[in-house]
Write a new protein. Structure first.
Length: 416
């Protein structure tokens, strides 16, 4: 609010309105809207700033959450071929398990799981490989599952996509050629410019990986394989990202549109300040990328209102190399975090009480249902809500200033 204007935001409809103070006052009063013209009332009604008394917006939200999170037309399967990795990044939350591999028994159970799932009413299927570093087991696990699922999808007229969360160090021209026509995408990470990245992401001491990763980004993108290049930054290396942008724009990408840059702050760095500096720098980086035909994004604007995280969906599961299954990839794959295991017939056997706990963990807290930005985050993720007591506090730790910031970010992204 300024001296003469008020910025209104309907978080459910994602619409903004700039109001004169007298209009804002009329909307704020319980008595009457008679001072406003019929035309103005109609505009405000269309934008969702005036609603009918009998419209229960929470009920509408609940229905859309149900529709999106429990849809049977889409299925997503994440597979961890191994929890081993060729890198040892300082911020990684996983306990890497050297020599771990998804063996023949679990592979058979996964095939039977696909037999059960890839039928009507499923119309779209995503097969995603996580880990660990999935390319360590590309030939023994990834290829067999891609080919088996591909046959089922072709037989049952199901659209199929393949995704890898990978450091990409092991990508070869042969792998890229194999994946080229399989509607494939990668998420690949850089940790600052070459100077910073090669200090924290390497296959062995003294061996850098920056140049090879950037080369493989080009290799994949030039094969029409979509790449989300995740740039992990801290307050200490954010200025070095300028060099990544230069290297990426100078890489000679055949189709820059096949690469999207995603800026992510390393979670251990959140306690540091410098938000305004970071915001200004990323705005400049984004402008340079856009001029080069490369899309960029930041996490706060990427959180879909209702689709949410894939882990919120019933028709999603992550199967670990040992046959245990999980509903979240942002936690270590330990027995304490598992939801159940894959049965011999390919069905999912939930641990006692976990399935119902998972279902009840979305948008149930009163603090979330009464929040003015409820449609933006819908109370956060199920996993976090399962771990945190309902003590009346925001599970996302948002105060009013942070809520205002989230709204203003959306305004700036849309209009500035």
């Amino acid at each position: 609010m300024t001296d003469s204007r008020v910025l209104g935001y309907n978080a459910f409809r994602r619409r903004f309105v700039v109001l004169d103070e007298d209009v804002y006052a009329a909307l704020s009063e319980d008595s009457t809207l008679s001072r406003l013209s019929e035309e103005r009332i109609a505009e405000l009604r269309k934008g969702g700033f005036i609603i009918e008394d009998d419209l229960d917006e929470l009920d509408v939200l609940d229905n859309e959450i149900e529709k999106n999170n429990f849809s049977e037309s889409y299925y997503e399967l994440h597979v961890n071929p191994t929890l081993d990795c060729n890198f040892r990044c300082w911020y990684c939350y996983e306990q890497h398990q050297t020599g771990s591999e998804l063996g023949g028994e679990v592979l058979g159970r996964l095939r039977r799981h696909l037999d059960r799932k890839l039928t009507s009413p499923v119309e779209d299927f995503m097969l995603s490989f996580f880990g660990g570093e999935p390319l360590l087991k590309f030939d023994s696990v990834c290829k067999p599952l891609i080919e088996y699922a591909g046959k089922l999808c072709r037989r049952n007229d199901i659209a199929m996509r393949v995704h890898f969360t990978s450091n990409s160090y092991l990508v070869t021209p042969e792998i890229a050629e194999y994946l080229q026509d399989r509607h494939c995408s990668f998420q690949i990470t850089l940790d600052g410019s070459r100077e910073f990245h090669d200090k924290v992401r390497f296959p062995a001491p003294g061996q850098g990986s920056y140049d090879r990763i950037l080369s493989n980004v080009k290799l994949l993108a030039d094969r029409d394989i979509r790449v989300v290049l995740r740039i992990n930054y801290t307050l200490g290396n954010i200025e070095s990202v300028e060099k990544i942008i230069t290297d990426l724009l100078d890489a000679g990408l055949v189709n820059p549109g096949n690469v999207a840059v995603n800026f992510q702050r390393v979670w251990q760095d959140f306690h540091n300040k410098g938000n305004e500096k970071i915001k200004a720098l990323i705005a400049g980086y984004g402008k340079r990328l856009a001029e080069g035909g490369i899309f960029h994004s930041i996490p706060d604007l990427d959180n879909p209102r209702l689709g949410g995280c894939y882990g919120d969906r019933q028709n999603y599961v992550c199967v670990n190399y040992d046959g245990n299954f999980f509903k979240c990839t942002a936690r270590d794959f330990t027995p304490g975090n598992r939801c159940g295991h894959l049965a011999e017939d390919g069905s999912l056997l939930w641990d006692d009480g976990i399935e119902q706990e998972w279902k009840n963990a979305k948008f149930k807290r009163e603090v979330c249902r009464s929040c003015r930005i409820a449609p933006i985050c819908l109370g956060g993720c199920r996993r976090k809500n399962m771990e945190m007591p309902d003590n009346g506090e925001c599970p996302m730790s948002y105060d009013d200033a942070r809520k205002d910031e989230l709204i203003l970010q959306r305004f700036e992204a849309q209009f500035m």
